[in-house]
Ligand binder design. Structure first.
Ligand SMILES: *[C@@H]1O[C@H](CO)[C@@H](O)[C@H](O)[C@H]1NC(C)=O
Ligand SMILES: *[C@@H]1O[C@H](CO)[C@@H](O)[C@H](O)[C@H]1NC(C)=O
Ligand SMILES: *[C@@H]1O[C@H](CO)[C@@H](O)[C@H](O)[C@H]1NC(C)=O
Length: 500
């Protein structure tokens, strides 16, 4: 009887609490069915709450975007919320989760068919932020649409869709609406990030609810502008000692600085010589060997689009210092992203593998049935398997140069951090350095080293309007993978508005 009474009292208290919460407008909070209770391969205690699931962004088409949300291990109620996007186009943001700044380090299984072992990552970006890993657009990673016509898409549509995702996500997690919000990504997300930021700001201008507390964005080795990116390679390979002074002078004279769109045959011949010299390097980190599975013998293709540096893949005995990596689609070397359709790796290579790259751990883990279940992934009839980068989508680069987007956003007071691993030859820092300078803002923090752990970690130049360019010394294309400690330091300081 006493117990019953106390139960009733509890119910009354609960009901009035619920009423109070409703009066405060907090009608909902993090959806319980999205909570991850157990993570296959991980035996410890989770340092914060993890959620995952789908947000339906188009009911009639059955278009659903998958997210994995990691609450901050610091102060989840105050720390920023950051949306993370990998590039491609076509690559899953589990790339960042598994190989870059996610909460776990993955250790490959000893035998085929068993699960990788997960250990906590001391440099997880969840140390200082709440972070949403989003698979976008539909067709990528675990995201899908029941109407396959959605798999033909482009920059502008993707930004609209991701904006809808965000509005709906914040409706599901209203307790995070007042936290500062940032958008971050790398590589082709150099296009996703500013285009989505622009949609978010347009939404705010229009008073579109829920009102997102948008503060700024981060882009790492991001595709930005075909001319700046396309002209970046020659100065990069010269500075890195990969071509001779003589060849550099000749190519400069013949091409007059226009390597992106060679106008004369002499220029083209010199560029062919440059390509020959750098053939065989790992474009994602010129200091790393080009790894590949022994099974991939030789890529046989008549595709002339195939960048010469990918035709021969070197063998190495070296254990993998970093994962052998990639991200996606090809804008390699002098033929970067151009307007129009962006070819997929599988299309370029006639194989499902991305060159110089190994994605075995992620592929093994994310295709395990217990993992799919734990992560609330839909049945296989809807998403057959997880792929690092997919050729399921047909993708158009239709947003043009990102420079006008950056100008617009920064001039309106949104903070921007443009960072570059300085040994990446895929989107070389020389292009990012040049375009940030071209925006024309006053330099407020002149080129200088920035220090992490009492060492020079790279260089930075700060501009008016909170536009900051920074290099990470010795890093390849995916900075948090190559330099996790420095990356977390950079990230934390940017979010906290501290000086680099
Ligand atoms: C898929 O979407 C397209 C474009 O909205 C529409 O024309 C088509 O009827 C849809 N297909 C199905 C099977 O619903
Ligand atoms: C930014 O873009 C918006 C929307 O197109 C436009 O209304 C606004 O004038 C632009 N602002 C600046 C400073 O360029
Ligand atoms: C730079 O960011 C800080 C912090 O958000 C803000 O107070 C300041 O007004 C911004 N400066 C400019 C020029 O936008």
């Amino acid at each position: 009887m006493a117990m019953r009474t106390s139960l009733i009292v509890c119910r009354v208290v609960l009901i009035s609490l619920a009423c109070l919460i409703m009066r405060l407008g907090l009608t909902q909070s993090a959806p319980e069915n999205a909570l991850i209770s157990q993570i296959p391969g991980f035996t410890g205690t989770l340092p914060s709450k993890h959620y995952s699931g789908y947000v339906t962004i188009d009911q009639t088409h059955g278009k659903n975007l998958f997210y994995y949300f990691v609450e901050s291990e610091g102060k989840p109620t105050e720390d920023p919320v950051v949306l993370w996007l990998n590039g491609g186009p076509g690559c899953s943001s589990f790339d960042g989760f598994v190989y870059e700044h996610g909460p776990f380090n993955f250790k490959a299984a000893k035998s085929d068919g068993s699960l990788p072992q997960l250990h906590l990552n001391p440099y997880s970006w969840s140390k200082v932020s709440n972070i949403i890993y989003l698979d976008s657009p539909a067709g990528v990673g675990y995201s899908y649409s029941k109407n396959r016509s959605d798999y033909r898409t482009g920059d502008l549509k993707t930004a609209l869709d991701s904006h809808i995702f965000l509005l709906k996500w914040f409706e599901l997690y209203p307790e995070f609406l007042s936290n500062p919000f940032f958008i971050a990504g790398e590589s082709y997300a150099g296009v996703y990030v500013p285009t989505l930021a622009f949609e978010v700001v347009k939404g705010l201008d229009a008073g579109r609810k829920p009102l997102i507390n948008f503060k700024g964005y981060l882009v790492g080795n991001g595709v930005t502008d075909d001319e700046f990116d396309g002209n970046a390679l020659v100065p990069f390979v010269h500075g890195m000692g990969l071509i001779s002074d003589d060849l550099f002078q000749e190519v400069t004279t013949e091409c007059k600085g226009n390597y992106y769109n060679p106008l004369s045959e002499n220029c083209q011949n010199k560029l062919a010589k440059v390509d020959e010299d750098i053939d065989g390097l790992n474009i994602y980190d010129i200091l790393e060997p080009c790894y590949h599975k022994p099974a991939i013998q030789e890529i046989t293709t008549s595709e002339s689009k195939l960048p010469s540096s990918f035709r021969k893949l070197g063998e190495t005995e070296r254990p993998l210092a970093v994962r052998t990596r990639m991200f996606g689609r090809a804008w390699p070397l002098r033929a970067p992203v151009r307007d129009g359709i962006v070819p997929t790796w599988p299309e370029l290579l006639n194989s499902g593998n991305v060159p110089c790259t190994n994605d075995e751990v992620a592929t093994a883990w994310l295709n395990d049935a217990t993992v799919r279940k734990a992560l609330h992934v839909v049945e296989e009839s809807l998403v057959a398997s997880w792929e690092l980068c997919t050729s399921r989508i047909t993708y158009y680069h239709d947003a043009g140069s990102m420079i006008p987007y950056h100008k617009n956003l920064t001039s309106r007071g949104y903070r921007a951090l443009i960072f570059s691993g300085d040994h990446d030859m895929c989107v070389p820092y020389t292009g990012s350095e040049a375009w940030t300078r071209s925006v024309g803002y006053a330099i407020v923090d002149e080129w200088r080293p920035w220090i992490s752990d009492e060492q020079v970690a790279g260089y930075t130049q700060g501009y008016d309007h909170n536009l900051t360019f920074v290099t990470v010394k010795g890093s390849g294309h995916t900075v948090p993978e190559y330099k996790p400690r420095e990356a977390l330091d950079l990230y934390s300081r940017f979010l906290a508005e501290q000086k680099l």
